[in-house]
Design a protein around this ligand. Structure first.
Ligand code: NDP
Ligand SMILES: O=C(O)C1=N[C@H](C(=O)O)C[C@H](O)C1
Length: 262
């Protein structure tokens, strides 16, 4: 594109939304057109940049000629962002996790008509971690695998989208689906571990940005593959690069691997 990409951010008042606003307004590749919040948000109509700017949080009414929407909002916000993108032809980049099966299907259908890029995690480190896990799970098919994740106390979904994506990659590397192999709870007397299962454990507390660890456990040895995010701007940077990459692309479902993994 020769002109700046006209960008809207959905979920703009949130932790990720604010990190995205900070990056997008400094990035000459973009014209920030709309900072979208929910129709009942306490932020609606308020300034997005404190007193120094007249720039306001808004809802989708009046948002026009948008090339790309970046969404980090939640299920309702993603639904409204999809409505806008399908109606206008704008591309969608979304990092929202914990999607319902219905929303998953809707995203897949939308990708037949508009470009959609989805990632449970926009960091380069997690993209490489997932690739390493895929290789290790394939090379060690008889080893037990558990995935442990930790996040801040406000996170709503569990296990995290990243933990599930890691589980999916490992299951796929072993020729199975996560639905076949996942064990999400162990309590009471669950009995001995069933061979081939992938276990999940979840920690929630404080201000943890996001930590993921895959434990591959053999006899007398184990491999620990992990990633620790200490600043959520890493996710925002990945999403901004994804938005620059997807502008003007053909309809379809794209992934973060298409954008950032060399
Ligand atoms: N893929 C990745 O790399 C990452 C994904 N995430 C995911 O992103 C999502 C958001 O995370 P986070 O920023 O921490 O969450 P927050 O709760 O901080 O932010 C979400 C924001 O969305 C707004 N919102 C709610 N409903 C709507 C709506 N209908 N339209 C527009 N905005 C809406 C809310 O504010 P208001 O009420 O003011 O509208 C809120 O500020 C989660 O699903 C999380 O798991 C998070 C980090 C990285
Ligand atoms: O909610 C968060 O904060 C995060 N969510 C994503 C997930 O569910 O995997 C990514 C990141 O770990 C932060």
């Amino acid at each position: 594109m020769t002109r700046p990409i006209r960008l809207a951010i959905s979920g703009a008042s949130g932790r990720m939304g604010r990190a995205l606003l900070d990056l997008a307004r400094e990035d000459g590749r973009f014209e920030l057109v709309a900072a979208i919040v929910s129709p009942h948000s306490a932020w609606l109509g308020k300034s997005a940049y404190g007193d120094v700017s007249a720039w306001k949080f808004t809802d989708w009414r009046g948002a026009e000629d948008i090339d790309v929407v970046i969404d980090f909002s939640g299920l309702d916000g993603l639904m409204l962002a999809l409505d806008h993108c399908e109606g206008s032809g704008a591309a969608l980049v979304t990092g929202t996790t914990g999607l319902s099966a219905e929303l998953e299907q809707r995203l897949a259908r939308a990708a037949e008509r508009i470009p959609v890029l989805r990632a449970a995690n926009f960091s380069l480190g997690v993209a490489v971690l997932t690739r390493l896990l895929r290789d290790a799970a394939a090379a060690l098919p008889g080893w037990d695998l558990d995935i442990v994740e930790a996040h801040h106390h406000r996170k709503e979904d569990a296990p995290s989208g990243t933990a599930l994506a890691m589980g999916r990659a490992a299951a796929d590397a072993r020729g199975a689906t996560l639905e076949d192999l996942a064990v999400y709870t162990r309590e009471g007397r669950p009995g001995a571990r069933k061979a081939g299962t992938i276990g999940f454990a979840v920690v929630r507390g404080g201000d943890i940005v996001g930590e993921h660890q895959a434990l591959l456990m053999g006899q007398g040895e184990r491999i620990e593959l992990g990633h620790r995010a200490t600043d959520r701007s890493i996710f925002a940077r990945g999403a901004i690069e994804a938005a620059a990459w997807i502008a003007g692309r053909a309809p379809g479902t794209w992934t973060i691997e298409d954008v950032i993994v060399p």
